[in-house]
Design a protein around this ligand. Structure first.
Ligand code: S3P
Length: 170
């Protein structure tokens, strides 16, 4: 770890802005940062849709846990994929991390952001009720591992302040 004492891990449904916030906070605080999805793609030399298509989601979840472990040992701030809590191994790993921040906002906003994204196999071409079902099936697990839930539908600087304040006052 460089500047942060323990990693800050950003979790939350697809489209909540984990990557954008992670990049922003890394730049502002001189933290080392990784987007876990990007890390997986780089290590595997395959896109996420390619992994889903050729090996299936369960293999993707195994890879996610394997690479999450590596990232937790190397980076100050980590943006995870929205389905990280689907994998039991990742869930157990994240239970050992203190500063897990759950980014959340209105599902209507998320749906507009992700519904036509071909790079998101679990969102692409889903109807609103289908996406809502997936979201609702995940909420209790996000909640279970979160140190704090934050509304991500606000300015990046305010979002960052909320997180830094909670770290300082802990
Ligand atoms: C997924 C979310 C994606 C990515 C993969 C699966 C999911 O990450 O890990 O497509 O099941 O919610 P983002 O949350 O960055 O879109």
């Amino acid at each position: 770890m460089n500047s942060a004492l323990t990693p800050i891990v950003l979790i939350g449904f697809m489209g909540t802005g984990k990557t954008t916030l992670g990049q922003y906070m890394a730049k502002a605080n001189n933290y080392t940062y990784i987007d876990l999805d990007h890390y997986i793609v780089e290590q595997e030399q395959r896109t996420i849709p390619e992994i889903f298509e050729s090996d299936g989601e369960s293999v993707f979840r195994q890879l996610e846990a394997f690479y999450l472990q590596q990232c937790l040992e190397q980076y100050d701030i980590i943006a995870t994929g929205g389905g990280i809590i689907e994998g039991e191994q990742s869930l157990q790993l994240l239970k050992q991390v203190k500063y897990v921040y759950w980014l959340d906002c209105e599902l209507e906003v998320l749906y507009e952001r992700v519904k036509s994204d071909e790079n998101r196999p679990n969102a692409n071409n889903k109807t609103f009720p289908e996406l809502k079902w997936l979201y609702l099936s995940r909420v209790s697990r996000y909640n279970e591992i979160a140190f704090k839930k934050v509304n991500s539908n606000q300015k990046l600087c305010d979002l960052q302040s909320e997180i830094i304040q909670s770290l300082i006052s802990d």
